[in-house]
Write a protein that binds this ligand. Structure first.
Ligand SMILES: Cc1cc2nc3c(=O)[nH]c(=O)nc-3n(C[C@H](O)[C@H](O)[C@H](O)COP(=O)(O)OP(=O)(O)OC[C@H]3O[C@@H](n4cnc5c(N)ncnc54)[C@H](O)[C@@H]3O)c2cc1C
Length: 397
Protein backbone atom coordinates (compact mmCIF):
# COMPACT_ATOMS: atom_id res chain seq x y z
CA UNK A 1 0.00 0.00 0.00
CA UNK A 2 1.34 3.45 -0.96
CA UNK A 3 1.48 6.21 1.60
CA UNK A 4 1.65 10.00 1.55
CA UNK A 5 3.97 12.31 3.51
CA UNK A 6 1.79 15.32 4.18
CA UNK A 7 -1.90 15.35 5.10
CA UNK A 8 -4.96 15.51 2.90
CA UNK A 9 -6.47 18.78 4.10
CA UNK A 10 -10.22 19.28 3.76
CA UNK A 11 -11.31 22.88 4.37
CA UNK A 12 -15.02 23.16 5.17
CA UNK A 13 -16.85 20.35 6.92
CA UNK A 14 -20.35 20.86 5.57
CA UNK A 15 -22.20 18.29 3.51
CA UNK A 16 -19.39 17.93 0.96
CA UNK A 17 -16.39 17.96 3.32
CA UNK A 18 -18.03 15.80 5.96
CA UNK A 19 -19.07 13.12 3.47
CA UNK A 20 -15.62 13.14 1.91
CA UNK A 21 -13.74 12.86 5.21
CA UNK A 22 -15.88 10.04 6.63
CA UNK A 23 -15.87 8.03 3.39
CA UNK A 24 -12.15 8.47 2.83
CA UNK A 25 -11.38 7.29 6.35
CA UNK A 26 -13.60 4.26 5.74
CA UNK A 27 -11.79 3.44 2.50
CA UNK A 28 -8.29 3.80 3.94
CA UNK A 29 -7.95 4.21 7.69
CA UNK A 30 -4.19 4.86 7.50
CA UNK A 31 -4.48 8.13 5.53
CA UNK A 32 -3.54 11.33 7.37
CA UNK A 33 -6.69 13.44 7.06
CA UNK A 34 -7.03 16.89 8.57
CA UNK A 35 -10.44 18.59 8.50
CA UNK A 36 -10.57 22.34 9.13
CA UNK A 37 -13.70 24.41 9.69
CA UNK A 38 -14.18 27.94 10.98
CA UNK A 39 -17.15 26.80 13.09
CA UNK A 40 -17.48 24.29 15.93
CA UNK A 41 -20.71 22.68 14.75
CA UNK A 42 -22.03 21.06 11.62
CA UNK A 43 -25.26 22.66 10.37
CA UNK A 44 -27.85 20.36 8.91
CA UNK A 45 -29.35 23.20 6.84
CA UNK A 46 -32.41 21.36 5.48
CA UNK A 47 -33.67 21.03 9.05
CA UNK A 48 -33.36 24.73 9.91
CA UNK A 49 -37.08 25.25 9.20
CA UNK A 50 -37.95 22.62 11.82
CA UNK A 51 -35.64 24.35 14.32
CA UNK A 52 -37.51 27.62 13.69
CA UNK A 53 -40.85 25.90 14.27
CA UNK A 54 -39.47 24.00 17.31
CA UNK A 55 -40.30 20.66 15.69
CA UNK A 56 -36.73 19.77 16.54
CA UNK A 57 -34.30 21.39 18.95
CA UNK A 58 -31.33 23.31 17.61
CA UNK A 59 -28.71 20.96 19.09
CA UNK A 60 -30.27 18.07 17.20
CA UNK A 61 -29.47 19.73 13.86
CA UNK A 62 -26.03 21.01 14.88
CA UNK A 63 -23.80 18.19 16.15
CA UNK A 64 -20.27 19.17 17.24
CA UNK A 65 -17.47 18.58 14.73
CA UNK A 66 -15.10 17.55 17.53
CA UNK A 67 -17.39 14.64 18.50
CA UNK A 68 -18.07 13.52 14.94
CA UNK A 69 -14.43 13.50 13.89
CA UNK A 70 -12.92 12.09 17.07
CA UNK A 71 -15.41 9.20 16.87
CA UNK A 72 -14.19 8.56 13.31
CA UNK A 73 -10.48 8.90 14.17
CA UNK A 74 -10.04 12.05 12.06
CA UNK A 75 -8.13 15.13 13.20
CA UNK A 76 -10.25 18.29 13.36
CA UNK A 77 -8.98 21.84 13.62
CA UNK A 78 -11.17 24.88 14.18
CA UNK A 79 -9.71 27.67 12.09
CA UNK A 80 -10.61 30.00 9.25
CA UNK A 81 -8.80 29.71 5.92
CA UNK A 82 -7.60 33.12 4.70
CA UNK A 83 -5.16 32.33 1.87
CA UNK A 84 -3.97 29.49 -0.34
CA UNK A 85 -0.44 29.44 -1.78
CA UNK A 86 -1.24 26.98 -4.55
CA UNK A 87 2.29 26.76 -5.97
CA UNK A 88 3.87 26.10 -2.57
CA UNK A 89 1.02 23.81 -1.35
CA UNK A 90 0.56 25.94 1.75
CA UNK A 91 -2.55 27.22 3.53
CA UNK A 92 -2.74 30.26 5.77
CA UNK A 93 -5.35 30.72 8.49
CA UNK A 94 -6.80 33.70 10.37
CA UNK A 95 -4.40 33.23 13.31
CA UNK A 96 -1.47 33.21 10.80
CA UNK A 97 -0.98 29.46 11.19
CA UNK A 98 0.56 27.94 8.04
CA UNK A 99 -0.04 24.35 6.99
CA UNK A 100 1.29 22.38 4.07
CA UNK A 101 -0.72 19.72 2.28
CA UNK A 102 -0.25 16.83 -0.11
CA UNK A 103 -3.81 17.07 -1.37
CA UNK A 104 -6.19 19.96 -0.75
CA UNK A 105 -9.99 19.87 -0.94
CA UNK A 106 -11.87 23.14 -0.54
CA UNK A 107 -15.59 23.01 0.20
CA UNK A 108 -16.51 26.20 2.03
CA UNK A 109 -20.13 26.36 0.83
CA UNK A 110 -22.14 29.42 -0.06
CA UNK A 111 -23.44 32.65 1.41
CA UNK A 112 -26.51 34.75 0.51
CA UNK A 113 -26.23 36.78 -2.68
CA UNK A 114 -27.80 40.23 -2.59
CA UNK A 115 -26.80 40.87 -6.22
CA UNK A 116 -25.69 44.36 -5.06
CA UNK A 117 -29.35 45.47 -4.99
CA UNK A 118 -29.66 48.69 -2.99
CA UNK A 119 -30.54 48.23 0.67
CA UNK A 120 -30.68 44.42 0.68
CA UNK A 121 -27.62 43.80 2.88
CA UNK A 122 -28.68 46.49 5.35
CA UNK A 123 -32.46 45.98 5.51
CA UNK A 124 -33.16 42.27 4.88
CA UNK A 125 -33.01 39.13 6.98
CA UNK A 126 -31.37 35.96 5.61
CA UNK A 127 -31.75 32.25 6.30
CA UNK A 128 -28.46 30.56 5.52
CA UNK A 129 -27.03 29.61 8.91
CA UNK A 130 -27.88 29.55 12.60
CA UNK A 131 -26.81 33.17 13.09
CA UNK A 132 -29.43 34.17 10.49
CA UNK A 133 -32.01 31.87 12.07
CA UNK A 134 -31.52 33.33 15.56
CA UNK A 135 -31.70 36.93 14.31
CA UNK A 136 -34.85 36.21 12.31
CA UNK A 137 -36.52 34.36 15.16
CA UNK A 138 -35.93 37.11 17.69
CA UNK A 139 -37.16 39.79 15.30
CA UNK A 140 -40.33 37.84 14.43
CA UNK A 141 -41.07 37.28 18.11
CA UNK A 142 -40.44 40.92 18.92
CA UNK A 143 -42.72 42.38 16.25
CA UNK A 144 -45.49 39.80 16.63
CA UNK A 145 -46.31 41.36 20.00
CA UNK A 146 -47.07 44.79 18.51
CA UNK A 147 -50.11 44.10 16.28
CA UNK A 148 -51.65 41.70 13.75
CA UNK A 149 -51.04 41.50 9.99
CA UNK A 150 -47.54 42.82 9.77
CA UNK A 151 -46.29 42.89 6.17
CA UNK A 152 -43.73 40.16 5.67
CA UNK A 153 -42.04 39.74 2.30
CA UNK A 154 -39.96 36.77 1.25
CA UNK A 155 -37.88 37.40 -1.84
CA UNK A 156 -37.27 34.25 -3.91
CA UNK A 157 -39.82 31.57 -4.77
CA UNK A 158 -37.29 28.73 -4.66
CA UNK A 159 -37.36 25.95 -2.03
CA UNK A 160 -35.98 28.15 0.79
CA UNK A 161 -38.55 30.91 0.23
CA UNK A 162 -41.51 28.55 -0.06
CA UNK A 163 -40.50 26.34 2.89
CA UNK A 164 -39.94 29.38 5.06
CA UNK A 165 -43.25 31.02 4.05
CA UNK A 166 -45.27 27.91 5.00
CA UNK A 167 -43.44 27.42 8.31
CA UNK A 168 -43.76 31.07 9.37
CA UNK A 169 -47.47 31.04 8.54
CA UNK A 170 -48.00 27.91 10.65
CA UNK A 171 -45.95 29.24 13.57
CA UNK A 172 -47.38 32.74 13.70
CA UNK A 173 -50.86 32.04 12.20
CA UNK A 174 -52.39 35.46 11.38
CA UNK A 175 -49.66 37.67 12.76
CA UNK A 176 -48.15 38.25 9.34
CA UNK A 177 -49.48 38.98 5.88
CA UNK A 178 -46.99 36.87 3.92
CA UNK A 179 -45.99 37.73 0.35
CA UNK A 180 -43.50 35.77 -1.75
CA UNK A 181 -41.86 37.74 -4.58
CA UNK A 182 -40.53 35.68 -7.48
CA UNK A 183 -38.88 37.01 -10.62
CA UNK A 184 -39.95 34.16 -12.94
CA UNK A 185 -43.49 33.17 -13.90
CA UNK A 186 -43.82 30.32 -11.39
CA UNK A 187 -42.54 29.25 -7.98
CA UNK A 188 -40.06 26.36 -7.67
CA UNK A 189 -39.38 26.58 -11.40
CA UNK A 190 -36.28 24.34 -11.13
CA UNK A 191 -38.03 21.74 -8.99
CA UNK A 192 -40.11 18.62 -9.64
CA UNK A 193 -43.63 19.24 -10.96
CA UNK A 194 -45.22 17.18 -8.18
CA UNK A 195 -43.50 19.22 -5.46
CA UNK A 196 -44.40 22.45 -7.20
CA UNK A 197 -48.08 21.46 -7.33
CA UNK A 198 -48.07 20.45 -3.66
CA UNK A 199 -46.37 23.71 -2.76
CA UNK A 200 -48.96 25.73 -4.69
CA UNK A 201 -51.73 23.98 -2.74
CA UNK A 202 -49.93 24.55 0.56
CA UNK A 203 -49.50 28.27 -0.18
CA UNK A 204 -53.12 28.66 -1.24
CA UNK A 205 -54.37 26.86 1.87
CA UNK A 206 -52.34 29.27 4.02
CA UNK A 207 -53.43 32.35 2.04
CA UNK A 208 -49.84 33.27 1.23
CA UNK A 209 -49.67 35.80 -1.64
CA UNK A 210 -47.41 35.05 -4.58
CA UNK A 211 -46.17 37.99 -6.63
CA UNK A 212 -44.71 36.55 -9.85
CA UNK A 213 -42.71 38.13 -12.69
CA UNK A 214 -41.43 40.78 -10.31
CA UNK A 215 -37.95 41.83 -9.29
CA UNK A 216 -36.83 43.80 -6.27
CA UNK A 217 -35.22 47.13 -7.09
CA UNK A 218 -34.55 48.44 -3.60
CA UNK A 219 -35.26 47.73 0.06
CA UNK A 220 -35.30 50.59 2.55
CA UNK A 221 -36.06 50.63 6.28
CA UNK A 222 -39.80 50.88 5.67
CA UNK A 223 -40.44 50.00 2.00
CA UNK A 224 -39.75 47.35 -0.58
CA UNK A 225 -39.68 48.55 -4.17
CA UNK A 226 -40.57 46.06 -6.91
CA UNK A 227 -40.59 46.26 -10.70
CA UNK A 228 -42.92 44.33 -13.00
CA UNK A 229 -44.98 44.81 -16.16
CA UNK A 230 -47.17 47.32 -14.29
CA UNK A 231 -44.19 49.53 -13.49
CA UNK A 232 -42.46 50.33 -10.22
CA UNK A 233 -44.37 49.80 -6.96
CA UNK A 234 -43.25 50.76 -3.50
CA UNK A 235 -44.87 48.71 -0.72
CA UNK A 236 -44.86 49.14 3.06
CA UNK A 237 -42.90 46.40 4.77
CA UNK A 238 -42.27 45.29 8.33
CA UNK A 239 -39.77 42.62 7.43
CA UNK A 240 -38.11 41.28 4.26
CA UNK A 241 -36.42 37.87 4.20
CA UNK A 242 -34.00 37.47 1.33
CA UNK A 243 -33.78 33.94 -0.14
CA UNK A 244 -33.22 34.98 -3.76
CA UNK A 245 -29.89 33.29 -4.31
CA UNK A 246 -26.47 32.30 -3.03
CA UNK A 247 -22.89 32.91 -4.07
CA UNK A 248 -19.79 30.83 -3.31
CA UNK A 249 -18.00 31.57 -0.06
CA UNK A 250 -14.51 32.23 -1.46
CA UNK A 251 -13.16 35.19 0.51
CA UNK A 252 -9.74 33.48 0.80
CA UNK A 253 -9.18 33.44 -2.99
CA UNK A 254 -7.64 36.34 -4.82
CA UNK A 255 -9.33 37.62 -7.97
CA UNK A 256 -8.34 35.63 -11.07
CA UNK A 257 -6.18 33.28 -8.98
CA UNK A 258 -8.00 30.29 -10.44
CA UNK A 259 -10.56 29.84 -13.21
CA UNK A 260 -14.18 30.45 -12.25
CA UNK A 261 -17.49 30.09 -14.01
CA UNK A 262 -20.59 31.92 -12.76
CA UNK A 263 -18.39 32.95 -9.82
CA UNK A 264 -17.78 29.34 -8.77
CA UNK A 265 -14.51 27.41 -8.99
CA UNK A 266 -14.32 25.52 -12.27
CA UNK A 267 -13.29 21.88 -11.83
CA UNK A 268 -12.93 19.06 -14.35
CA UNK A 269 -15.10 15.97 -14.13
CA UNK A 270 -12.61 14.39 -11.71
CA UNK A 271 -13.40 17.39 -9.45
CA UNK A 272 -9.83 18.71 -9.87
CA UNK A 273 -8.98 22.41 -10.12
CA UNK A 274 -7.40 23.32 -13.44
CA UNK A 275 -3.57 23.64 -13.24
CA UNK A 276 -3.43 22.24 -9.69
CA UNK A 277 -4.02 18.52 -9.97
CA UNK A 278 -3.59 17.91 -6.23
CA UNK A 279 -6.33 20.44 -5.45
CA UNK A 280 -10.06 19.83 -5.59
CA UNK A 281 -13.21 21.86 -5.02
CA UNK A 282 -16.58 20.29 -4.21
CA UNK A 283 -20.03 21.33 -3.04
CA UNK A 284 -21.62 24.75 -3.51
CA UNK A 285 -18.33 26.55 -4.26
CA UNK A 286 -17.58 24.59 -7.42
CA UNK A 287 -19.01 24.01 -10.86
CA UNK A 288 -18.09 21.02 -13.02
CA UNK A 289 -17.08 21.65 -16.63
CA UNK A 290 -19.88 20.27 -18.82
CA UNK A 291 -22.28 19.82 -15.86
CA UNK A 292 -23.09 23.48 -15.25
CA UNK A 293 -26.79 22.79 -14.69
CA UNK A 294 -26.38 20.70 -11.54
CA UNK A 295 -28.42 22.16 -8.69
CA UNK A 296 -26.65 23.80 -5.72
CA UNK A 297 -27.81 21.27 -3.13
CA UNK A 298 -26.67 19.03 -0.32
CA UNK A 299 -27.49 16.06 -2.52
CA UNK A 300 -24.91 17.12 -5.12
CA UNK A 301 -22.39 18.10 -2.41
CA UNK A 302 -22.67 14.68 -0.73
CA UNK A 303 -22.39 12.74 -3.98
CA UNK A 304 -19.29 14.76 -4.89
CA UNK A 305 -17.79 14.10 -1.45
CA UNK A 306 -18.46 10.40 -1.81
CA UNK A 307 -16.98 10.31 -5.32
CA UNK A 308 -13.89 12.31 -4.40
CA UNK A 309 -13.13 9.90 -1.55
CA UNK A 310 -12.88 7.09 -4.12
CA UNK A 311 -10.83 9.26 -6.50
CA UNK A 312 -8.33 10.30 -3.84
CA UNK A 313 -7.81 6.67 -2.89
CA UNK A 314 -7.24 5.84 -6.59
CA UNK A 315 -4.76 8.71 -7.00
CA UNK A 316 -2.82 7.70 -3.91
CA UNK A 317 -2.60 4.17 -5.32
CA UNK A 318 -1.16 5.67 -8.53
CA UNK A 319 -4.32 4.94 -10.52
CA UNK A 320 -6.42 7.22 -12.74
CA UNK A 321 -9.36 9.02 -11.14
CA UNK A 322 -12.89 8.40 -12.44
CA UNK A 323 -15.30 11.01 -13.81
CA UNK A 324 -18.10 12.16 -11.52
CA UNK A 325 -21.64 11.22 -12.48
CA UNK A 326 -24.66 12.73 -10.77
CA UNK A 327 -27.54 10.49 -9.83
CA UNK A 328 -30.79 12.38 -9.33
CA UNK A 329 -32.40 10.79 -6.31
CA UNK A 330 -35.28 13.23 -6.17
CA UNK A 331 -36.08 16.03 -3.79
CA UNK A 332 -38.00 16.76 -0.64
CA UNK A 333 -39.47 20.02 0.59
CA UNK A 334 -41.14 20.83 3.87
CA UNK A 335 -44.49 22.57 3.56
CA UNK A 336 -45.47 23.87 6.96
CA UNK A 337 -45.61 22.22 10.36
CA UNK A 338 -45.91 18.45 10.00
CA UNK A 339 -46.21 18.51 6.20
CA UNK A 340 -43.84 17.91 3.30
CA UNK A 341 -43.67 16.76 -0.30
CA UNK A 342 -41.34 14.17 -1.80
CA UNK A 343 -40.71 13.35 -5.43
CA UNK A 344 -38.04 10.95 -6.60
CA UNK A 345 -37.12 7.41 -7.61
CA UNK A 346 -40.60 6.93 -9.04
CA UNK A 347 -42.22 7.78 -5.71
CA UNK A 348 -44.35 10.80 -4.89
CA UNK A 349 -45.64 11.46 -1.42
CA UNK A 350 -47.17 14.46 0.31
CA UNK A 351 -48.68 15.55 3.62
CA UNK A 352 -47.90 14.10 7.04
CA UNK A 353 -46.49 10.84 5.71
CA UNK A 354 -44.03 12.75 3.54
CA UNK A 355 -43.06 14.86 6.55
CA UNK A 356 -42.19 11.77 8.58
CA UNK A 357 -40.36 10.17 5.65
CA UNK A 358 -38.37 13.38 5.12
CA UNK A 359 -37.23 13.49 8.75
CA UNK A 360 -36.42 9.81 8.69
CA UNK A 361 -34.37 10.11 5.50
CA UNK A 362 -32.45 13.09 6.88
CA UNK A 363 -31.67 11.37 10.15
CA UNK A 364 -30.27 8.44 8.17
CA UNK A 365 -28.09 10.53 5.87
CA UNK A 366 -24.74 10.54 7.60
CA UNK A 367 -24.84 7.89 10.27
CA UNK A 368 -21.90 9.31 12.18
CA UNK A 369 -23.27 12.80 12.43
CA UNK A 370 -26.76 11.86 13.29
CA UNK A 371 -26.22 9.90 16.48
CA UNK A 372 -27.64 12.81 18.44
CA UNK A 373 -30.56 13.08 16.08
CA UNK A 374 -31.15 9.36 16.28
CA UNK A 375 -31.31 9.22 20.02
CA UNK A 376 -33.45 12.32 20.32
CA UNK A 377 -35.82 11.32 17.58
CA UNK A 378 -36.22 7.66 18.33
CA UNK A 379 -39.91 7.90 17.54
CA UNK A 380 -38.96 8.31 13.92
CA UNK A 381 -36.93 5.16 13.97
CA UNK A 382 -39.80 3.11 15.29
CA UNK A 383 -41.31 3.73 11.88
CA UNK A 384 -38.17 2.80 9.99
CA UNK A 385 -39.56 -0.38 8.42
CA UNK A 386 -42.47 1.62 7.07
CA UNK A 387 -40.16 3.79 5.02
CA UNK A 388 -37.81 1.09 3.78
CA UNK A 389 -38.55 2.09 0.22
CA UNK A 390 -36.62 5.31 0.67
CA UNK A 391 -33.69 3.69 2.39
CA UNK A 392 -30.72 3.27 0.15
CA UNK A 393 -27.36 4.47 1.46
CA UNK A 394 -26.88 6.87 -1.43
CA UNK A 395 -30.44 8.16 -1.60
CA UNK A 396 -29.08 11.57 -0.89
CA UNK A 397 -32.12 13.78 -1.27
C1 LIG B 1 -32.18 26.76 4.84
C2 LIG B 1 -31.57 25.82 3.83
C3 LIG B 1 -32.24 24.66 3.50
C4 LIG B 1 -31.69 23.78 2.57
N1 LIG B 1 -32.37 22.63 2.25
C5 LIG B 1 -31.84 21.75 1.38
C6 LIG B 1 -32.51 20.52 1.07
O1 LIG B 1 -33.61 20.27 1.55
N2 LIG B 1 -31.91 19.66 0.22
C7 LIG B 1 -30.69 19.92 -0.33
O2 LIG B 1 -30.17 19.07 -1.08
N3 LIG B 1 -30.02 21.07 -0.08
C8 LIG B 1 -30.57 21.99 0.76
N4 LIG B 1 -29.91 23.17 1.04
C9 LIG B 1 -28.64 23.46 0.36
C10 LIG B 1 -27.52 22.75 1.08
O3 LIG B 1 -27.54 23.01 2.46
C11 LIG B 1 -26.18 23.16 0.49
O4 LIG B 1 -26.19 22.93 -0.89
C12 LIG B 1 -25.06 22.36 1.16
O5 LIG B 1 -24.95 22.74 2.53
C13 LIG B 1 -23.73 22.59 0.44
O6 LIG B 1 -22.75 21.83 1.08
P1 LIG B 1 -21.26 22.39 1.16
O7 LIG B 1 -20.49 21.33 1.86
O8 LIG B 1 -20.82 22.86 -0.17
O9 LIG B 1 -21.37 23.69 2.08
P2 LIG B 1 -21.85 23.85 3.60
O10 LIG B 1 -22.68 22.70 4.00
O11 LIG B 1 -22.42 25.21 3.70
O12 LIG B 1 -20.49 23.78 4.42
C14 LIG B 1 -19.47 24.74 4.27
C15 LIG B 1 -18.57 24.67 5.50
O13 LIG B 1 -17.41 25.45 5.26
C16 LIG B 1 -17.08 26.17 6.43
N5 LIG B 1 -16.29 27.34 6.04
C17 LIG B 1 -16.69 28.40 5.30
N6 LIG B 1 -15.67 29.26 5.08
C18 LIG B 1 -14.58 28.73 5.71
C19 LIG B 1 -13.23 29.16 5.85
N7 LIG B 1 -12.76 30.28 5.27
N8 LIG B 1 -12.39 28.38 6.58
C20 LIG B 1 -12.83 27.24 7.16
N9 LIG B 1 -14.10 26.79 7.04
C21 LIG B 1 -14.97 27.52 6.32
C22 LIG B 1 -18.44 26.51 7.05
O14 LIG B 1 -18.33 26.78 8.42
C23 LIG B 1 -19.23 25.24 6.75
O15 LIG B 1 -19.15 24.30 7.81
C24 LIG B 1 -30.44 24.07 1.96
C25 LIG B 1 -29.77 25.26 2.30
C26 LIG B 1 -30.32 26.13 3.23
C27 LIG B 1 -29.59 27.40 3.59
Amino acid sequence: MKSIQKPIVIVGAGFAGMTLALNLKNLNSSLPILVVDSESNFIFKPLMYEVLSKEIRSWEATPKFANIFSDAGITFLKNCLTKIYFKENILEFSDKLKLSYQYLVICTGSIPNSFTIKGVDENCYFFNDFGDLNKLESFLKKIQKTSFHKNLFIVGGGPSGIELACKIKDIFIDQFEINVIEKSNEILHRNKIFNREQAEKALEKRKINIILNSTVKEVSETKICIVNEFGITSLDKDIVIWTAGVKPNLSYLETNEITKRFGRILVNNNLQIENYKNCFAIGDISIIEGMEDLPITAQVAMQEGNHLAKNLELLIQGKDPLPFEFQDNGEMISLGIGEASISGLGVTLSGKLAFEARRLIYTSKLPNITESLKSASSWIFQKKSFFKKFFKKDNSI
